[in-house]
Design a protein around this ligand. Structure first.
Ligand SMILES: [Zn+2]
Length: 65
């Protein structure tokens, strides 16, 4: 399969420019994070940038077994 040229789907790309739900801003290199149920904070499927992933110990969905 040829890699998508203009696809907006960045769920499985190593890096992508998108919205980080943790610092509430756009960032380079966001990854899809699936949050567990929580009383506060982002829920469901959200994207997080690298600094936020490290700060909040988030595991990208694609990196999980
Ligand atoms: Zn962030």
């Amino acid at each position: 399969m040829a890699e998508p040229a203009q696809a907006a789907d960045i769920t499985n790309t190593p890096t992508g420019y998108g919205w980080c739900a943790w610092h509430q801003g756009h960032a380079q290199g966001v990854r899809l994070i699936q949050m567990h149920e929580q009383g506060s904070g982002p829920g469901g499927n959200c994207f997080a940038c690298r600094p936020c992933r490290e700060a909040y110990d988030l595991a990208p969905l694609a990196d999980r077994p």
